[in-house]
Design a binder for this molecule. Structure first.
Ligand SMILES: Nc1ncnc2c1ncn2[C@@H]1O[C@H](COP(=O)(O)OP(=O)(O)OP(=O)(O)O)[C@@H](O)[C@H]1O
Ligand SMILES: [Mg+2]
Length: 330
């Protein structure tokens, strides 16, 4: 449903996003996790067609965001970082206004407003001016306007920012309930947030994708595993069994296999370099070792970055230093 291919975005000399690729399948809820300044908002603004990519392509439902922006906007509901409210407008008027712009038929408008008001828990402020709302309510009205035309795709930039704990839980439930019918991308800089709502997570740091996976996989890795990727030619089942017997290895996952080649993701105890033993195991069994490498920066490091660098904006210079630290991505 969403295909981001080799997206790079520069603001003048600042490289906000570098060579980012990921896909979001129809009906999936994808979390976009990264610290402040990682490039989340920038990527979302490109997906929604608000700013053009510098390099790379983005397609939504098969439509290119640059060539067919109207087709894209019609299918997307966008909650920007700062909800786009008109302070003088009353909430119900504002939702009707946005609904008309988004092409909701006049006959359906009232029903749509009722539905999103209930879903986003704003029924009690419908007659208030948006400029008089508290931050949490502004956020909820922002979510309601994103959903008013019942779009296939929702792009939500930190949807739970500023909400109270009860509303955070309700919003998570709301988002989970959208899965299946809608495709959702949401950004956050909090790990538990994604594990509660998302089926899959893209971790972004310094404008680059540093990890992709299911939340539980990420958590498992956060608990301190080294990850090694190994590609070999031979009977994949036998190779897997042999790798599992290497000392220090805790898990071997087999990825795609094609014409006799298999890729394995191997988890090993932290601080234990199992690469030499893995290589020996493959070679001694007379299989062809095609590739063997540590899958780069551990998620523990990433998570530390996420939690400790919250206040530092990452400029282009920092980005280049980071890549030297060996963040490699598959
Ligand atoms: N309009 C702009 N002009 C220049 N630089 C920008 C602009 N918008 C963003 N940047 C820079 O691009 C980088 C990525 O910013 P972005 O807003 O995408 O990060 P983010 O992941 O959304 O962060 P946050 O968690 O703080 O919202 C930052 O270094 C930021 O300073
Ligand atoms: Mg942002």
């Amino acid at each position: 449903m969403i295909e981001v291919e080799r997206l790079t975005k520069r603001y003048g000399p600042t490289r906000a996003v570098t060579d980012v690729s990921f896909r979001v399948e129809k009906g999936e809820v994808l979390g976009f996790l990264g610290p402040n300044g990682a490039g989340k908002t920038t990527t979302m603004r490109v997906i929604t067609g608000y700013i053009p990519p510098t390099e790379g392509t983005v397609r939504v439902a098969g439509f290119d965001v640059v060539d067919q922006p109207l087709e894209v906007k019609r299918r997307i509901g966008y909650l920007p970082e700062t909800p786009p409210l008109y302070p003088d407008m009353v909430v119900s008027e504002y939702l009707a206004f946005v609904g008309r712009i988004k092409g909701v038929p006049r006959a359906d408008l009232k029903n749509r407003i009722n539905e999103v008001s209930e879903k986003c828990a704003i029924a009690d402020v419908r007659e208030k001016q948006t400029g008089h709302l508290s931050k949490g309510y502004r956020q909820r009205v922002g979510l309601a306007q994103a959903m008013i035309h019942n779009p296939e795709v929702l792009v939500l930039d930190e949807p739970t920012a500023g909400l109270d704990p009860k509303q955070i839980i309700e919003t998570r439930e709301l988002i989970k309930g959208l899965a299946g019918q809608h495709t959702v991308v949401l950004s956050t800089h909090i790990l538990p947030e994604v594990s509660k709502t998302c089926e899959r997570v893209v971790v972004i740091s310094g404008g680059k994708v540093v990890a992709v996976g299911k939340p539980d996989e990420l958590t498992r890795r956060l608990q301190g595993f080294e990850t090694v990727l190994l590609m070999a030619e031979g009977p994949s089942g036998e190779i897997k069994e042999r790798l599992e017997r290497v000392g220090g290895v805790s898990l071997v996952e087999q990825h795609e296999t094609s014409d006799g080649r298999a890729t394995f993701e191997i988890h090993a105890a932290k601080e234990q370099d199992v690469r030499a033993e893995l290589a020996r195991a493959v070679v001694e069994s007379q299989w062809k070792l095609l590739e063997l490498r540590s899958s780069g920066m551990s998620l523990e490091d990433i998570f530390l970055k996420l939690t400790t660098e919250d206040l530092t904006e990452q400029k282009s210079e920092d980005t280049s230093q980071k890549s030297e630290n060996g963040s490699s991505q598959t």
